[in-house]
Design a protein around this ligand. Structure first.
Ligand code: ASP
Length: 405
C-alpha cells in the first residue's frame, strides 16, 4: 500500500514521521539509523558510473569536432552565466537576511580538529585534471571524472567507425542502465529519509531554536529560487530566445513535477528531452547534447543553494567571511554545482568543495542535512527548468523555429 502513494507524498509522510520519531524516541533512533546509511551508500554507489556514462553518451551524441566546439561553447556560456546570476542572487539575499547569525549550534569546538584535512582552493582547481583517473573513480572525484569523460567522449568521435560505434552504444547503454538503477534506489527514498531525518532530529538538543534558525535559512533559499526561476530565466528566454516563457513553462509541466518529486535531474532527463523536443519543438540534435550535459553540470538551483548554505554555515560558526572569501565562495559554488551529479542530495556532498576552499569545518554539512530533502526537491526543479531554457536559447541561436514562440 505504501508504494501506491506518490513518491513526493511518501517523502513528506516520511519526513513528518521522522520528526515525530526522532523527537519522541531519540534512544530508539539507533535501530533505524541504518535505513539512512544504507540509502546514502546506495546513492554514493551509483554516482561515479552514472556521471561517467551520462557525459560520454552526451558528448558522443553530437557527432563531430566543429559541432561540438560550436555547441559546446554556447552551452557552456549559457550554463556558466545563468549559474553565476543565480549565485549572485543567493549571495545578496544571504547577506541581507543573515539566517545563520546567532545560531548557537554547539559545533564550533570542532573547527580546530579539522584543520589538517583541508584541500586548498588552488589544489581543487588543479585536481580537475586527474593524475590517475582510476584513483579519481575510487575517490569519486567528480570534477576530474567530468573532465576525463568530456575528453573521452570527444575522442570517441575521432576514431574510426569500427571503434566509435561499439563504444558509443556501450556508453549509451550503460547510461540507460544507470538511470534505471537510480530510479530503483529513489523508490527507497522515503525509508532513507526517515532514517536520516529521525537521526538528525534525535541529535538536536535545542529543536525549537534549530527550526527557527532553519526556517529563515529555508526561506532565503526558496526566495532566491523563486527570483531566479520566475524572473531571471524567463527574461533570458524572452530576450535571447524570443519565445513565450509562459508557453515554455506549460510545455515543461511534466518534467518539472517529476524533478520536484524525484529530486534528480538525471532521473527526469528522459521526460525533459521528451517535453523540450515534442512540446517546445527543439530539435533532437540540440537536446541530445545540451540536456544530458545540463542534467549533470548545469544546476542553477544547486549553485545558489550551495552559496547560501556555505554562507549559512559560516554565519552559524561565527566566521566572518571577507569580500575575497565571498568571491571564492561564489566561484567554488559554481564548481560545486558543476561537480554535483544530477541525483538526490548530490549538492549536499559537493558543498564540501566550498567549505574546504574557505576553511570551514566539513561537519557544517550536518547543520543543513535535516532540511536538505525539501530544498533538494525545489532546487532540482529549478535545475531542470534552467536546462530546458538553455536548450531553447541555443536552438534559437541555431535559427530553429519553435512551437512556443
Ligand atoms: N538533486 C539535484 C539534481 O538532481 C542536485 C543537488 O543535489 O543539488 O539536480
Amino acid at each position: 500500500m505504501m508504494f501506491k502513494i506518490k513518491l513526493h507524498w511518501q517523502i513528506l509522510i516520511a519526513l513528518i514521521l521522522a520528526v515525530a520519531f526522532g523527537s519522541l524516541f531519540p534512544e530508539a533512533v539507533e535501530y533505524i539509523g541504518w535505513l539512512g546509511d544504507l540509502f546514502l551508500r546506495a546513492l554514493k554507489m551509483i554516482i561515479v558510473p552514472l556521471i561517467l556514462s551520462s557525459i560520454i553518451s552526451g558528448v558522443t551524441g553530437i557527432g563531430n569536432a566543429e559541432n561540438l566546439g560550436k555547441l559546446g561553447l554556447k552551452t557552456i556560456t549559457y550554463y556558466v552565466s545563468t549559474s553565476m546570476l543565480a549565485i549572485v542572487v543567493g549571495l545578496f539575499l544571504v547577506n541581507i537576511f543573515q539566517p545563520g547569525v546567532g545560531a548557537d549550534l554547539g559545533l564550533s569546538k570542532q573547527v580546530e580538529e579539522l584543520a589538517g584535512t583541508k584541500r586548498s582552493f588552488g589544489e581543487t582547481l588543479l585536481n580537475i585534471v586527474p593524475d590517475n583517473i582510476f584513483g579519481s573513480f575510487l575517490n569519486a572525484d567528480m570534477l576530474a571524472i567530468i573532465f576525463f569523460s568530456i575528453l573521452f567522449g570527444f575522442f570517441i568521435t575521432q576514431v574510426s567507425d569500427k571503434f566509435k560505434n561499439p563504444l558509443t552504444s556501450f556508453f549509451d547503454g550503460m547510461f540507460e542502465v544507470m538511470m534505471k538503477i537510480t530510479m530503483f534506489i529513489i523508490k527507497f527514498a522515503p525509508l532513507g529519509i526517515f532514517g536520516i531525518v529521525a537521526k538528525t532530529v534525535a541529535q538536536q538538543s535545542d529543536l525549537i531554536h534549530l527550526i527557527e534558525r532553519m526556517g529563515l535559512y529555508m526561506f532565503v533559499v526558496l526566495l532566491a529560487l523563486v527570483i531566479h526561476s520566475m524572473i531571471t530565466l524567463p527574461l533570458i528566454i524572452k530576450t535571447f530566445g524570443k519565445v513565450s516563457p509562459w508557453k515554455h513553462l506549460r510545455a515543461m509541466t511534466t518534467p518539472l513535477l517529476t524533478a520536484f518529486s524525484t529530486s534528480s535531474s538525471n532521473a527526469t532527463l528522459p521526460l525533459t528531452i521528451d517535453a523540450v523536443e515534442n512540446n517546445s519543438g527543439v530539435s533532437n540534435k540540440i537536446t541530445s547534447f545540451t540536456l544530458p550535459l545540463g542534467a549533470t553540470v548545469n544546476m542553477d538551483g544547486t549553485a545558489l543553494y550551495e552559496c547560501i548554505a556555505a554562507m549559512f554555515i559560516a554565519q552559524a560558526y561565527g566566521v566572518d567571511l571577507s569580500i575575497t572569501q565571498q568571491i571564492i565562495v561564489m566561484i567554488t559554488a559554481l564548481l560545486a554545482s558543476i561537480g554535483a551529479a544530477g541525483i538526490p542530495m548530490a549538492g549536499l556532498v559537493t558543498i564540501t568543495i566550498i567549505l574546504t576552499a574557505v576553511g570551514l569545518p566539513l561537519e557544517g554539512v550536518g547543520l543543513i542535512l535535516s532540511v536538505d530533502r525539501i530544498l533538494d526537491m525545489c532546487r532540482t526543479t529549478v535545475n531542470v527548468w534552467s536546462d530546458s531554457c538553455g536548450a531553447v536559447v541555443i536552438a534559437k541561436s541555431e535559427n530553429e523555429t519553435l512551437k512556443i514562440e
